[in-house]
Design a protein. Structure first.
Length: 161
């Protein structure tokens, strides 16, 4: 096999092994706050850097970032939480003035694919309300769930204490 082809095959295999990609970008209203969820594949333990920005009137406004440190007027009104496969932006006191195209950009150290970018158009009147938080989704222990449901079980005479 020609050495150039060998290198190309090796790089393709490495790229597939380390490839990170954004799977889904969604937005919803949580009370008066905007929540933007950026779900991504996490195949490595390498550090993640990110940038949430908003594009409106031909102008990009950075909201939260670890990629660089530009001016950002929305940082004081926002918060980012990061878990294994989810980067979540909350923009507090969301108004129609905050409508626009929201962008999630991710970069994983040592990733061969470069930055991953997804965007979503956010219009306040068209946003759905965020779903409630399920105790099952939050890795709550079964014992705690049982204790929390005890009054319900007592009410239907399933358990008597």
């Amino acid at each position: 096999m020609h050495p150039t082809i060998s290198v190309a095959v090796l790089l393709t295999v490495l790229q597939a092994a380390h490839c990170q990609k954004i799977k889904e970008l969604s937005a919803c209203l949580l009370g008066q706050n905007l929540r933007v969820d950026c779900r991504y594949e996490n195949k490595t333990a390498n550090p993640l850097t990110y940038e949430f920005s908003m594009f409106k009137d031909n102008r990009k406004r950075v909201i939260q970032t670890t990629l660089n440190v530009p001016e950002n007027s929305l940082k004081a009104r926002s918060n980012v939480t990061l878990s294994k496969d989810l980067l979540c932006l909350q923009l507090f006191d969301f108004t129609t003035a905050d409508e626009g195209t929201y962008i999630c950009e991710l970069k994983i150290t040592g990733d061969y694919t470069g930055n991953q970018i997804r965007n979503i158009t956010v219009i306040k009147d068209k946003l759905e309300k965020c779903a409630g938080v399920s105790l099952l989704i939050q890795n709550t222990s079964w014992l705690l769930l049982l204790l929390l449901s005890l009054p319900l079980l007592q009410a239907v005479d399933f358990v008597s204490l």
